[in-house]
Design a protein around this ligand. Structure first.
Ligand code: SF4
Length: 300
């Protein structure tokens, strides 16, 4: 597989009176998290992206951890990776720009195969998703014949396709117990798997996959932060009178997505995310099984 290429930098756009006027309302709303002196750097991109969204019939789906100028300045939908993919499937737009990491864009493509799905920087990966491959799962199945595989959604399409069912951190225990078996293979997040094992009588076979952000910060650090950096910025915009702790960015992959790269994606229709139909169909089955568990749980 060829290595993703760096996105070349373009000359900054000008902060003209027309741009100032068209972005004044957004700028005022972001005043609590973006200093007035910085706004002229973002505003020309906010204006240009709005124009290109119209031209392309495009929407921008932004993960909760994106920076405020993306989250509040240009996003049409915000949420976690699964919510974004489901929003993408519902929209009438022809083009989806995924402001998040690569597995999220793949999940959006799986649920919207007929739409053009773009990721502004193809190097926006995820250490957790990269910790396991489709081949690893095939080897696990040989080692544990007949044991079902439950896979956290922070994984590639190829890994989802080899799995029996997906899960999120919120529904992992319910998904594991829904299978009605004495043991399951749970991957790739070791810590989430250990948590699930504490909550259920089902035996959990773990995979030692880790998120590099969680590895880098101690539990004490994370308690002190209260929420991830951009997440707290984004909440702060909603509650301007409340003082929030806003630490530096934690996930380096999420931070690869910037306004200039989103603009370039819309202008050039790059970088397209493709998932082979056979893999997409099997990955979708694993996602649909998870959603069916959610429906059964909420119908109880
Ligand atoms: Fe992956 Fe961790 Fe970044 Fe989330 S925070 S995208 S799990 S590396």
């Amino acid at each position: 597989m060829s290595q993703p290429q760096a996105v070349p930098a373009a000359a900054p756009l000008d902060y003209t009176p027309a741009v100032a006027l068209s972005t004044a309302a957004v700028g005022a709303r972001l005043r609590t998290v973006i200093p007035a002196i910085e706004w002229p750097l973002h505003a020309p991109y906010v204006a240009a992206i709005a124009e290109w969204k119209r031209r392309r019939n495009a929407v921008i789906l932004a993960h909760n951890y994106q920076t405020p100028e993306i989250y509040h300045g240009v996003a049409d939908f915000t949420g976690d990776s699964l919510a974004l993919a489901r929003h993408g499937a519902r929209t009438e737009a022809e083009v989806i720009v995924l402001a998040g990491v690569h597995f999220m864009a793949e999940t959006a493509k799986i649920l919207s195969p007929e739409k053009t799905v773009l990721i502004p920087d193809p190097r926006a990966g995820c250490s957790l998703a990269a910790s396991i491959t489709a081949r690893d799962i095939r080897l696990l199945r040989q080692r544990y014949p007949g044991v079902p595989v439950v896979t956290y959604v922070n994984t590639s399409a190829a890994v989802k396709a080899e799995s029996d069912v997906c899960c999120t951190s919120a529904n992992a225990v319910a998904v594991v117990e829904s299978l009605g078996v004495p043991r399951v293979i749970f991957l790739p997040d070791e810590y989430l798997g250990r948590y699930v094992a504490e909550q259920t009588a089902v035996e959990i076979i773990l995979w030692r996959g880790h998120c590099e952000v969680h590895e880098r910060f101690t539990a004490e650090d994370l308690r002190g932060f209260r929420t991830e950096c951009s997440m707290s910025d984004n909440v702060a915009v909603e509650f301007p009178d409340v003082e929030f702790i806003r630490p530096c960015a934690l996930c380096p992959h999420m931070k690869r997505i910037t306004l200039p790269k989103i603009l370039r994606a819309l202008e050039t229709l790059e970088h397209r995310v493709e998932v082979a139909p056979e893999i997409a169909a099997r990955a979708r089955l694993a996602l649909d099984r998870m959603l069916a568990v959610g429906r059964r749980e909420s119908g109880r």
